[in-house]
Design a protein around this ligand. Structure first.
Ligand SMILES: Cc1cc2nc3c(=O)[nH]c(=O)nc-3n(C[C@H](O)[C@H](O)[C@H](O)COP(=O)(O)OP(=O)(O)OC[C@H]3O[C@@H](n4cnc5c(N)ncnc54)[C@H](O)[C@@H]3O)c2cc1C
Length: 387
């Protein structure tokens, strides 16, 4: 089976690794000049298990675990609003994005640096048309081209992007900095988050309400000025960060959920499918879940064939239940609900059956979202976790 992947970010590279592991012939494309973002990323247990499925979980875990420290939410003066025990983040890994990218890239075929201009569905597959005019035919095409996805805008009923009302700076200290506590600090219209990495360097993020595209002459000066009076070690972290590496992004998400992630033999994953605000630290983790689901399904069933690309990834949100790597929730698991079962995989490479009937309140919520109603979880409210 030939698989074309548009975009080689976290999701695209993980999909390339997973499909390659499943025996597919994979070609991934990315635009010239795209560099892995230079800050950190929080990987939760769902993302780590998806990385296991892509064959790189151990390599990522080998980067090391962050120190187990008291965590919670504080005021700018340093008073605790909520506290959580160190064990609550025992599964968390905070890694440099560049390291994650390098591990995924080593498990995937070399990426072809060419901008994809268009996707065309065909009778038995889909074609990727490059800006150079070249055309490549595949059995399946994966749209992993991020929040501004061209695959989504050309083939899907694109809801468009909206600004969440705030902008975010991110950085990683150039050297180790001692921190005694982790988590977030909440001020009025501003937040700051601290997440140490295994090697002692610290990933931090800062968030402020601002108009979209707000021009700032010097991001480092601006963020330092804004948080200068906040509790230690915030200023120390900013001083220990090379100003040239500080990133700033306006926070965006999709205006409303897509009705489907699948169009004939094209499937959207990651931000292309369900770009979300970073408050739950799940955008990358869920891109990883999406990425490994099709490849694993194919490997497990061993039915490559030409019909392999009929897909049934037909819900606007899969909420983790569809990732084969994620354990079922149940009454014996934290957060589980009695009677909730692990949903069947819906990316079915062999059989595009009829749409399932809603079986639970969650399914009913998803069905309502499909009908145009906004689900609760895409809000832009205050953060409850570090990213
Ligand atoms: C401030 C901030 C903090 C975050 N923190 C976390 C966190 O801690 N944990 C977490 O899980 N998530 C986090 N996220 C979200 C996470 O970064 C994204 O959800 C994730 O990167 C999405 O991965 P992706 O592969 O879908 O898209 P992307 O990473 O955007 O990759 C898309 C790729 O497609 C390429 N591309 C685009 N168009 C074309 C084209 N026409 N042709 C060829 N290639 C193309 C791009 O060059 C890019 O390489 C955060 C986001 C922000 C903004």
């Amino acid at each position: 089976m030939r698989v074309g992947i548009v975009g080689a970010g976290i999701g695209g590279l993980a999909a390339a690794a997973a499909f390659t592991r499943a025996g597919a012939d994979v070609v991934a494309f990315d635009r010239p000049g795209a560099a892995p973002a230079g800050a950190g990323i929080s990987l939760f247990s769902n993302g780590l298990r998806a990385l296991d499925a892509a064959g790189v979980g151990e390599a990522v875990r080998a980067l090391g675990a962050p120190p187990e420290l008291p965590a919670g939410i504080r005021t700018p003066r340093g008073d605790w609003l909520t506290r959580t025990p160190p064990s609550s983040t025992a599964d968390l890994r905070v890694v440099h994005r560049g390291d994650l990218h390098a591990i995924l890239a080593a498990a995937a075929p070399a990426v072809r640096i060419e901008t994809v201009a268009e996707i065309r569905t065909t009778a038995d597959g889909a074609a990727v048309v490059l800006e150079s005019g070249q055309r490549h035919d595949f059995d399946i095409v994966v749209g992993a081209d991020g929040i501004g996805s061209r695959v989504r805008s050309t083939l899907f009923d694109d809801p468009g992007i909206r600004y969440a009302g705030y902008t975010a700076w991110r950085g990683v200290t150039s050297e180790p900095v001692q921190v005694a506590e982790v988590g977030e600090t909440w001020g009025r219209g501003e937040r700051f988050g601290v997440a140490p990495m295994a090697d002692g360097r610290v990933y931090w993020f800062a968030v402020a309400s601002a108009p979209p595209g707000w021009p700032v002459p010097d991001e480092s000066v601006e963020v330092t000025k804004r948080f200068a009076s906040w509790h230690p070690p915030i200023v120390e972290l900013l001083r220990a960060t090379d100003p040239r590496t500080i990133l700033r992004n306006d926070i965006l998400d999709l205006a409303h959920p897509l009705a489907t992630f699948v169009k004939d033999r094209v499937v959207l994953i990651g931000d292309a499918a369900h770009a979300m605000t970073p408050n739950l630290g799940q955008g990358g983790n869920q891109a990883l879940e999406d990425a490994v689901t099709p490849g694993r399904t194919r490997r497990r069933r061993g039915r490559p064939g030409r019909r392999a690309s009929a897909v049934r990834l037909d819900s606007p949100r899969q909420d983790g239940a569809d990732c084969p790597a994620v354990p079922a929730r149940g009454p014996d698991r934290p957060g589980g609900q009695p009677g909730r079962r692990h949903a069947p995989e819906r990316f079915d490479p062999g059989d595009a059956g009829p749409q399932r009937r809603p079986r639970s309140r969650e399914d009913a919520r998803l069905a309502a979202a499909r009908a145009g109603q906004r689900p609760e979880m895409t809000g832009t409210g205050p953060s409850t976790r570090s990213r």
